[in-house]
Design a protein around this ligand. Structure first.
Ligand code: PGA
Length: 258
């Protein structure tokens, strides 16, 4: 059975001081919740501080982006080698990066390859835009995103994929559990074709887009959905804790039943 994961993407929010306060409030409580991987992804500048704050706990750390070169004259960028000693996970290909920073499929692919080379575990984000969804092109779009992102990746053992329909991100208009389950099941099928059944069955596939404490249950009770990438609600300690707690309870109950 796959261990579910809840990852909080803080985006461009929190000063170091605010990040310290939020982690100090959440960490002791998150630490007590079992059977779910709890990952927080603060801004780069807070990674080192947060790493110290979560030391010895079961809370894990991720970055929100990475560049694909190891070092050199790339002003303002952060390399996989810099992150490798700092955090375990890195979000790659988030739709906000594709949309506002012109990240292409080719760049996402280079970042995935570089992150894996450095021993980081990528959380690859894919998902269709509203007009693509309305035109019934969801499967075509995620297939193409998978193909381009994973070119040259021989063995994606540590990869996590977050299916995040762009129209659901930050809009308060989440997909339904059933919609998300269908697309995520489709993605798992594609992974099986690209790699193997075993890899597809082991891989954790998350849903992201307007996840809150009020709707998380709808997602994590679905058989294909292994957790969530949470944006806005991950900045509120009580919301994030409730999302993690519900995930733990629902998944524990489902695994007992099966
Ligand atoms: P949201 O963001 O939960 O605020 O919709 C999700 C994401 O961008 O990963």
């Amino acid at each position: 059975m796959r261990v579910p994961m809840i990852a909080g993407n803080w985006k461009m929010n929190t000063t170091i001081r605010e990040a310290t306060a939020l982690v100090s409030e959440m960490c002791p409580l998150l630490n007590q919740i079992e059977n779910v991987d709890k990952v927080i992804c603060p801004p780069f500048i807070s990674l080192a501080v947060v790493k110290e704050l979560i030391r010895g706990s079961s809370v894990k750390l991720g970055a929100q982006n990475v560049y694909f070169e190891e070092e050199g004259a790339y002003t303002g960028e952060i390399s996989p080698l810099m992150l490798a000693n700092l955090c375990e996970f890195v979000i790659i290909g988030h739709s906000e990066r594709r949309q506002y920073f012109n990240e292409t499929g080719e760049m996402v692919n280079k970042k995935i390859l570089a992150a894996l080379r450095a021993g980081l575990k990528p959380i690859l984000c894919i998902g269709e835009r509203l007009e693509e969804n309305e035109a019934g092109r969801t499967e075509e779009i995620v297939t193409e995103q998978l193909r381009s992102s994973l070119a040259g990746v021989d063995y994606p053992r540590s990869l996590i994929i977050a299916y995040e329909p762009v129209w659901a991100i930050g809009t308060g208009k989440a997909a339904t559990g059933q919609q998300a389950n269908e697309t995520i099941g489709f993605i798992r099928g594609k992974i099986a074709k690209l790699y193997s059944d075993e890899i597809a069955q082991d891989m954790r596939l998350l849903y992201g887009g307007s996840v809150t404490a009020d709707n998380i249950a709808e997602f994590v009770q679905q058989p294909e959905i292994d957790g969530a990438l949470v944006g806005g609600a991950s900045l509120k300690a009580d919301q994030f804790l409730s999302i993690v707690k519900q995930t733990s309870e629902i998944r524990s109950r489902l695994s007992e039943e099966s």
